[in-house]
Design a binder for this molecule. Structure first.
Ligand SMILES: [Zn+2]
Length: 152
C-alpha cells in the first residue's frame, strides 16, 4: 500500500488551510466540542490528513464501539475522561482511565466499552482510509447491531 501525498508545502507558509470548524482547526478546546455535540454517544473528527485521522469520541456509561479490526494500521487512543475497557483478540482485557494511552496493533479486534458511571471521552488516532473489518467479539458475545459512525 502506498500513501499518496498530493499537496506538498513548498516552504514556510502561514496556516492558510486551517478551518473555522473541525476538522483541522488550529486550536481545539475539548469543552467547546462537548458543548457543540451535546448528549453522547457522539464522535467528532478533529484532525484529518493523508496520514492521520484523529477523532474525539464520547460514550455514555455502558456504551462503546462495534468490535472490529484494521488490516493496515495500528490504532491508539488517549483517554480524556471516564473509565474504559478494551477487550482484545486473545482474551486480553485492558482498563484505562483519564490520562492513559492505549495502543492496539493491526489485526487485533478491539471492543471498547465505557465501564464507569460517568461519560467517557477518548481521542482516537487512526490512519485513512481507516477501513473497519467488523467481527463478532468471541470473548464477550457481542451481537452486531448494524452500522454506526463512531466505531473507532
Ligand atoms: Zn478501530
Amino acid at each position: 500500500m502506498t500513501i499518496v501525498i498530493e499537496r506538498l508545502a513548498e516552504g514556510p507558509t502561514p496556516p492558510d488551510t486551517a478551518n473555522a470548524t473541525w476538522p483541522n482547526v488550529l486550536h481545539t478546546t475539548i469543552a467547546d466540542v462537548m458543548a457543540q455535540m451535546g448528549q453522547p454517544p457522539w464522535s467528532r473528527r478533529i484532525i484529518a490528513d493523508e496520514r492521520q485521522l484523529v477523532t474525539l469520541i464520547a460514550s455514555p456509561p455502558g456504551g462503546g464501539n462495534r468490535p472490529h479490526w484494521h488490516r493496515d494500521f495500528d490504532e491508539w487512543w488517549v483517554v480524556l475522561g471516564g473509565r474504559l475497557e478494551w477487550e482484545l483478540t486473545g482474551g486480553i482485557v485492558l482498563q484505562a482511565r483519564k490520562d492513559d494511552i492505549v495502543w492496539v496493533p493491526r489485526g487485533t479486534v478491539h471492543h471498547i466499552r465505557n465501564v464507569g458511571a460517568e461519560l467517557s471521552l477518548r481521542l482516537a488516532v487512526a490512519m485513512p482510509p481507516a477501513m473497519h473489518y467488523y467481527s463478532p467479539c468471541e470473548q464477550c458475545g457481542y451481537a452486531d447491531e448494524g452500522a454506526r459512525e463512531w466505531c473507532a
